[in-house]
Write a protein that binds this ligand. Structure first.
Ligand code: AMP
Ligand code: ZN
Length: 113
């Protein structure tokens, strides 16, 4: 996708701090962290919303969800972590390439903000 920020990051056209990469995904540091540790797990296939997910996309998301817990040390997951997928306007989604936020490294409350 030509004008997609995350596709550009995946192609290496925009610099980022890469934590992990394989055929299905890239995991990077969020540029504007909302927790002590804030990473983004971005499937390499471009799709916007869970509602638009194909079987192939779903396999990439499954690979993401299986991989994340194996990176306990690299992502600081030892004491627990939170995964967030923002969907659409009310959730504040700003990049329309599906991605999983990984938040860790601190105790977290439960207030939508
Ligand atoms: P969302 O609001 O759920 O679409 O999440 C988009 C996330 O991408 C936000 O947390 C931004 O801080 C993050 N972000 C935007 N630009 C970059 C970038 N160049 N590198 C890393 N993270 C970014
Ligand atoms: Zn994209």
């Amino acid at each position: 996708m030509e004008n997609c920020l995350f596709c550009k990051i995946i192609k290496g056209e925009i610099p980022t701090t890469k934590m992990y990469e394989d055929d299905n995904m890239i995991i990077i540091k969020d540029i504007d962290p909302k927790a002590k540790n804030h990473f983004l797990c971005i499937p390499k296939c471009h799709f916007k919303l869970l509602a638009e997910m194909t079987e192939e996309d779903a396999n990439a998301v499954k690979a993401c969800l299986k991989k994340i817990p194996t990176l306990e040390k690299e992502l600081g997951l030892k004491n627990g972590y939170r995964l967030v997928i923002n969907q659409g306007e009310d959730a504040g989604q700003t990049v329309f390439h599906l991605h999983i936020h990984i938040l860790s490294g601190q105790k977290m409350g439960w207030t939508p903000a």
